[in-house]
Ligand binder design. Structure first.
Ligand code: GLU
Length: 416
């Protein structure tokens, strides 16, 4: 089954389970299962190929899933596997994330089916600007606010901000995850990984894990994976394996994250990191460890490898890294899973703080952002665990219930 189907099927499964528990009527379910608007565009960009200019047309999408609780909110992804089904599933997940952490946003997601590694800076800029031009009629400071995701970064947001501002006046709050110099928030870049590390540590403590004796494996060393690694290493955990798209590196006695970051800054990849042995991205997930952090793409833990996972705690830094069948198998084996909508919610939470600072034209310092982030994450985690214990269900089930209840309530209050 291809990834888009797996994502949709997994989402559908988790939702149906929550709908059953909440005893939602068929009509309510139908509303929560459909997206508000799905926009598909073509994004033509001239690329330099073998010394010649060639016009390429990429497919772009923005799914605005639900805005009962506030403007649509969610990232923009540049990745070759992007397709409408995947973006829809991710937009739906954003709806539950913003509701779970109780910020006044709905959920959306955008993407362009492109390999950004194959583009130079000028081409990436042209792609970002063209995408923004074409989406301009449906995005807006109080309508839909994009942010970075896989394959995009603060620079892409800066180009989008500039493009949008050409016709709307300087509108810092049109995107979040911007460079700090353009109204981005202090702490936003590291917020997702920081939140992952914070929650992983909280759950690990409850499981009586001792940081220095706990081995951590992280799949993915992009913005989220690298900041999760920095956060966990600073709390004393032993990071024994890391990976990026080119493969993984491991050292049972621990990897210095500063050393890994310096190597990546110099060579662009983890491959060849001195003092480590190579390991494939597939084998990496099956290494003996206490904590596993999938921080790459969707559906990396499936029925094919679920039984081989050795970690006692899995923290979903990526969106939808575990299929629902694999989730069931891990649960049966007593493995604790911190689900994506909780584990990586620090990103959109910091985006909300950025948006608030932009609207007020009043920047906060990093300590204020991170302490508000930490306290809201703790509060959300506590609410999820209380419900999970009360109902004797897993953290994912409890998180979905809390989020769906809030969205459903808003939908009914507004009379959708
Ligand atoms: N792309 C991130 C996510 O999946 C952040 C979205 C946002 O900040 O709007 O949660």
């Amino acid at each position: 089954m291809d990834k888009k189907c797996i994502c949709q099927e997994t989402q559908r499964h988790f939702l149906n389970r929550a709908f059953e528990r909440l005893k939602l009527k068929e009509t309510q379910r139908e509303l929560l299962l459909s997206s508000f608007r799905e926009t598909r565009i073509t994004v033509p960009v001239t690329l330099r190929h073998n010394g010649e200019d060639v016009l390429h047309t990429f497919q772009g999408y923005r799914v605005q899933y639900n805005h009962a609780r506030g403007p649509f909110k969610g990232g923009l992804r540049f990745h070759p596997d992007v397709n409408l089904g995947e973006i829809r599933a991710l937009a739906q997940l954003m709806t539950w994330k913003t509701a779970l952490v109780d910020i006044p946003f709905g959920g959306a997601k955008g993407g362009v089916a492109v390999d950004p590694q194959q583009l130079n800076d000028m081409e990436r800029e042209a792609l970002s600007r063209r995408f923004c031009q074409k989406m301009a009629p449906i995005i807006g400071v109080h309508d839909d606010i994009p942010a970075p995701d896989i394959g995009t970064n603060p620079q892409v947001m800066a180009w989008m901000l500039d493009e949008y501002s050409k016709t709307h006046g300087f509108r810092t709050a049109i995107v979040t995850g911007k460079p700090v110099e353009l109204g981005g928030s202090a702490g936003r870049l590291e917020a997702t990984g920081y939140g992952v590390a914070h929650l992983a540590h909280k759950v690990a403590e409850e499981m009586s894990l001792i940081p220095a004796q706990s081995r951590v494996v992280i799949q993915g060393f992009g913005n989220v994976g690298s900041h999760a690694a920095i956060g966990l290493a600073s709390k004393g955990y032993k990071i024994i394996a890391l990976s990026d798209v080119n493969g993984g590196v491991m050292n049972e006695t621990g990897i210095s994250i500063d050393h890994a970051l310096a190597h990546v800054a110099e060579s662009g990849t983890l491959t060849g990191l001195s003092g480590t042995a190579p390991v494939s991205n597939i084998d990496l997930l099956e290494l003996p460890c206490e904590i596993l952090v999938p921080a790459a793409l969707e559906a990396t833990i499936t029925c094919d490898n679920a039984d081989a996972i050795q970690a006692g705690l899995v923290v979903e830094a990526a969106n939808m890294p575990i299929t629902h069948q694999a989730d069931e198998r891990l649960q049966q084996r007593g493995i604790v899973i911190v689900p994506d909508l909780l584990a990586n919610v620090g990103g959109v939470l910091a985006s909300y703080y950025e948006w608030v600072q932009n609207l007020q034209q009043f920047p906060w310092d990093r300590e204020t952002v991170l302490s508000r982030l930490e306290s809201r994450l703790c509060h959300t985690y506590d609410a999820v665990t209380i419900l999970a214990n009360e109902r004797q269900i897993d953290l994912r089930g409890a998180a979905y219930e809390l989020a769906i209840r809030r969205v459903d309530h808003a939908v009914r209050l507004r009379g959708f």
